[in-house]
Design a protein around this ligand. Structure first.
Ligand SMILES: Nc1nc2c([nH]c(=O)n2[C@H]2C[C@H](O)[C@@H](COP(=O)(O)OP(=O)(O)OP(=O)(O)O)O2)c(=O)[nH]1
Ligand SMILES: [Mg+2]
Length: 332
């Protein structure tokens, strides 16, 4: 191999060996007045045949993703569209290629969608999307459509449990809908009381609650379980029932693979940036985050120095959104 043909050395080993090319694809979330979403079934003879996808196709050289989406939806469905807000851009490794799946909302459309290339179409209610088998890159897309973009991890209460409870309520009032209960440095009675508060308030707000590390408490109280990275190696099967939310903290490719194998619903990956709790310790950065995201088919929250202001950049790197303690804990 000549020097000029050699891929850049900063790519991880697998990509370097296989010399993956990147394919940019623009796809659209088309919603009807009843809130149903249009899926198309990939036809026989193509890659990922038989799987359901968000309509769209490859961005041609020199074309913007917006123009590509409008062109593809005209060609494939016979509709004219106005491109809306970006939903998520998912980097995903497929055999022999790297996909960048750039998904936009379709703000408005004219015409009646038809499968002009022989593909089956389905209008699917959001809560039924999981019934449609999809390519790996679409799992984070469905996550971005259905699940919260912020995941609050509770701080420890120090010596003021009342203030902790008040701030917990303020976070829910500010729109937090997914919470990991994690408190250190309190005895069992205080912990029980703080958990009871969190549990009652989340139920009332319709927020999902997960407890850090404690499978028994999760089972007994009917909340989700968030596994610490070290716990990923302690289980060889999903430690809670299928209808109980399971999540995990991940730091590297091996953690991500274990979390996916255990059947996690989502994971947290980082630290992406430097955090107040580990000053001077650099994060992995967005490029590395996206690289790890490529080999996982799960919604992934970015953690480490994150706050609401980072959600947009997180989505551009394939993240579900951000997870944080300080960055999401309301300041009164
Ligand atoms: N449109 C679309 N493609 C997806 C999704 N998820 C996913 O992995 N893909 C992959 C499948 C393909 O490898 C690639 C899209 O390429 P494609 O072959 O459909 O491209 P195209 O519509 O331009 O059609 P073609 O003429 O090149 O066959 O992206 C999705 O939700 N929508
Ligand atoms: Mg297509």
């Amino acid at each position: 191999m000549s020097d000029s043909a050699r891929p850049p050395p900063n790519l991880p080993p697998r990509e370097r060996r296989e010399g993956h090319r990147t394919v940019h694809v623009a796809a659209g979330v088309i919603t009807d007045p009843r809130g149903r979403i249009l899926l198309a079934r990939r036809t026989e003879g193509r890659d990922l045949a038989g799987l359901w996808e968000f309509p769209g196709g490859k961005v041609e050289p020199g074309e913007t993703p917006e123009a590509a989406l409008a062109r593809e939806l005209h060609e494939e469905l016979g509709i004219d569209i106005d491109v809306g807000a970006a939903l998520i851009n998912v980097p995903q490794a497929y055999p022999g290629k790297r996909l960048q799946l750039d998904v936009r909302h379709v703000a408005a459309w004219r015409g009646t969608p038809k499968g002009r290339e022989g593909q089956a179409l389905a209008w699917v209610a959001p809560d039924k999307l999981a019934r449609y088998p999809m390519p790996p890159a679409d799992v984070p897309v469905v996550g971005a459509l259905l699940q919260p973009d912020r995941y609050l991890v509770t701080p420890s209460p120090g010596d003021d449990d009342a203030a902790w409870c008040a701030q917990f309520d303020a976070a829910l009032a500010a729109g937090i809908r997914r919470v990991q209960f994690r408190v250190h440095g309190v005895d069992a009675d205080r912990r029980r009381a703080l958990f009871a508060h969190a549990h009652a308030r989340c139920r009332k707000a319709g927020a999902g609650l997960l407890v850090n590390g404690d499978a028994a408490l999760a089972q007994a109280s009917g909340v989700g379980l968030h596994l610490r990275a070290a716990q990923l190696r302690a289980f060889d099967a999903r430690p809670v029932a299928d209808d109980v939310t399971l999540a995990a903290s991940c730091h590297d490719d091996e953690d991500l693979a274990l979390a996916q194998a255990l059947g996690c619903d989502f994971v947290v990956l980082g630290p992406v940036a430097e955090t107040a709790s580990h000053p001077g310790q650099a994060g992995i950065g967005w490029a590395r985050f996206a690289e790890m995201r490529e080999r996982t088919s799960l919604p992934i929250y970015a953690i480490g120095g994150m706050g609401p202001q980072d959600i947009a950049v997180a989505r551009r790197h394939g993240a579900q959104g951000v997870a944080a303690i300080r960055g999401l804990w309301s300041r009164r």
